[in-house]
Design a protein around this ligand. Structure first.
Ligand SMILES: *Cc1c(COP(=O)(O)O)cnc(C)c1O
Length: 387
């Protein structure tokens, strides 16, 4: 048993130590930390639904009807009418034959990739993919490669070299729809073409696009008008834009049945509480109906970017609610974040290994409930912190 302390001390020295902040109230543009109220720019509750009265009421009513817990896995006795109705509504929302709920996005990604891919297959993932996609790829024991970010030529070179080595079996290309730490959008139309020609699976993890992109909020695929023939596997999460908790996979009838039979992270776990599914159903209605939330986000993004450009801040290229500021070193990212926190503004510093070495950053995220004044306060504080 090796002592753990030296490694913890190394992390601390290298500005890589992770710690948690204690919130004492709900998510929102402003959050409570004990007696302090701070302005938050680091939640993924992009549409401001996590504390919406209708969503809360649906959760309460769901608990009265179904109780607090589901009591069992979906395949035992935990699959309720609330889960089932939500799956049908998510299928319709994404324009796909079927959808399947998972407890979390992390589990959905592990489940899909390991159910479909095995030893003789090859997986190609964007270098900036979310950790859960990387872990799913590694766990599947398929050949595993990571290609340069959004670089289709690099992807093609890797596929060719596999073919030359006469590696047969299935191929799967996996990308984030909106990259979680960078905020840029994957070149999905090109990837869909590429995968169709090569008869490879294409899987898109749209954790950050759901609710945020597309006319009805159906995400990056709706934004590009891509259907189930273009992208056979769509994963979406419910804990970000939807403001609740959980995740789903949407695709063909056969895909969903295969996952029910084979996805271990679906089979061997307790179903999420039905009340949470009821809350998500309420949230899904708001996502579709209240288009002003997406419009408001765009206004806030524009205001922030224009202001940041005028101040000469190290803004990265992104048109989504994820607006990172490149600090390069972890030390600098931490210094910026603490300088903001002294002014009661919360923005988290993202450091390696979450992002590649030399690209530590502040990850600013916008919420439809932020006011113009909130953004201006952030810009002021950033201008002091960064210069
Ligand atoms: C957050 C996130 C996940 C994990 O989803 P959870 O429901 O939080 O487990 C997966 N993929 C991406 C791209 C994410 O940002």
């Amino acid at each position: 048993m090796k002592p753990l302390k030296p490694e913890l001390e190394r992390r601390e020295r290298e500005h890589l130590y992770r710690s948690r902040r204690l919130l004492t109230g709900p998510q929102g543009p402003e959050v409570k930390m004990g007696r302090r109220t701070v302005l938050s720019f680091c939640s993924n509750d992009y549409l401001g639904l996590a504390n919406h009265p209708k969503v809360i009421t649906a959760l309460q009513k769901g608990a009265e009807k179904y109780g607090a817990g589901s009591g069992a896995a979906h395949l035992v006795s935990g699959h309720s009418k609330a889960h089932h109705a939500l799956e049908e509504e998510l299928a319709e929302f994404t324009g796909r034959p079927r959808a399947l709920l998972f407890s979390t996005g992390y589990m959905a990604n592990l489940g899909v990739i390991t159910a479909l891919m095995g030893r003789d297959d090859s997986i190609y993932e964007d270098r900036l993919n979310h950790a859960s996609l990387i872990d799913g790829g590694l766990l599947s024991r398929a050949g595993f490669r990571r290609f340069a970010h959004s670089d289709l030529e690099a992807l093609e070179r890797q596929m060719r070299s596999q073919e030359k080595a006469s590696i047969q079996g299935d191929a799967m290309v996996v990308v984030d729809g909106i990259f979680s730490m960078d905020g840029d959008i994957a070149p999905l139309p090109e990837l869909a073409d590429f995968c169709r020609k090569r008869e490879a699976w294409l899987m898109v993890d749209d954790a950050h696009g759901m609710g945020v992109l597309g006319a009805t909020g159906a995400g990056t695929l709706e934004h590009f008008a891509l259907g189930v023939e273009d992208v056979p596997i769509l994963m979406g999460t419910l804990g970000k834009g939807f403001g609740t908790f959980g995740a789903f996979v949407a695709g063909s009838e056969e895909l969903i049945e295969t996952l029910i039979q084979d996805a271990r992270s679906y089979i061997y776990t307790t179903a999420s509480p039905p009340a949470v599914a009821e809350a998500t159903r309420a949230s899904l209605k708001l996502v579709q109906k209240e288009t002003w939330r997406r419009e408001r986000l765009q206004e806030l993004i524009q205001r922030f970017r224009t202001g940041a450009e005028q101040l000469g801040l190290p803004l990265m290229q992104s048109e989504t609610p994820i607006q990172p500021m490149l600090a390069i070193t972890a030390e600098k990212a931490i210094a910026w974040s603490s300088s903001l926190e002294k002014k009661r503004i919360l923005v988290s510093a993202i450091r390696p290994p979450t992002v590649p070495e030399g690209s530590a950053r502040l990850r600013v995220t916008m919420c439809a409930n932020h006011t113009d004044e909130h953004v201006d306060r952030l810009l002021d504080a950033l201008s002091d912190a960064v210069t």
